[in-house]
Design a protein around this ligand. Sequence first.
Ligand code: ADP
Length: 423
Amino acid sequence: MTTVLGCIADDFTGATDLAGLLARSGVRVSLRIGVPDSPPTETAAFEVIALKSRTAPVDEAVDETRAALTWLQAAGAQRFFWKYCSTFDSTPEGNIGPVAEALMADLGCDQTIYCPAFPENGRAIFMGNLFVGRQPLAESPMKDHPLTPMRDSNLMRLLSPQVSRPVGLADRLTVARGPEALRAALGELQAQGVAHVVVDAVANEDLSVIAEACRDMVLMTGGSAVAMPLPALYLADGTLSADAPKAERPTVDAKTIVLSGSCSAMTNAQVADYTRRGAPAYQLDPLALAENGPQPALDWLAGQDLGAAPLIYATANPESVRAAQEKLGVAGAGEIVEATLSACAVAARDAGARRVIVAGGETSGAVTKALGVSQLDIGTEIAPGVPWTYCHSDGQQIALTLKSGNFGSETFFTDAQAKLEAA
Ligand code: ADP
């Protein structure tokens, strides 16, 4: 069907997060990994393209995003959403501002909004200042981010050096007066030549007001949360017909493989919980992998009953990770683990696994690549920001869930399996 909203996200887990929130509406949402090579076919009402452009050189990020826009336009989309991180991860050079300006130029639009607020996850904007929980952005752990350290909390000041046209604010007092007042304020700013408008939001109700006021803007930008009300608004005004295809929940065989390459605190707890429950589990040691290769893990896997959803994990505590990194280098340790988990994913699929649970952002990228997955349909939400997805790998329908770092609760691996049974 013709795409109603074309979305572009600057990283993969951000794309999944956005796709999951849009899919809460029940309407079909399709996620593509990278800009597809071929013209759009079998498109969904909501299409999300996941890029890896958050920290790419500005020119590359702009080019990739414009290619994504062209593809989404070919899918029929007339409204677009540019999704970045709810902590506004960027540098004085970009990439949020330059990408937005390039999209505006291609779309011939004079104004867009910036709303990275996500109140459910503790991201709020007041008077243009972004808060992470109770801390201003620049006092949050984001101040020490290795690639995009955020040393200012004021979104107008962060955005100004990234764009060529004027930046302004629609504040919370305006948002609190409702969609009409916000639309009028945006109109006034537009008359003054303000192209880039930061919009305050501290609660979900604010997001509803903003989405209602801005739903007909050609381009909206922000975190995932401000897009969440859009499907219901489009259904209510007929932009999206009531018989638009619903998300399908195909039945897939229960043979399952769980692969964990994340070493976050939460993933460590999830692995501990899963093994405590008696799940069959095999621990990968990067040093042993460097010596013996992946065969011992593949041999172990070959002897497993996939009906018991075995786990293969490299998840380890910070001391073990450091020890492996000292010997193999950070990238070296990461690559050897990712290659092994990818080989295990392919072997499990070939042995009949049709449900694949992956923990780790980078790990997810490696596993989807190995499985040859480039398009996913969003299914049931397991935890906030982590849905089941359906895709094809080597001609087989599989269910895949990709969980980054600290997402999900301690029981995530069993929750995921239970959710699919209930779906
Ligand atoms: P997260 O989403 O938690 O950041 P990622 O998969 O993105 O997880 O990143 C974890 C990285 O750590 C991956 O590159 C993975 O291969 C690597 N890794 C996993 N286990 C180990 C380990 N025991 N020692 C060193 N590196 C590891």
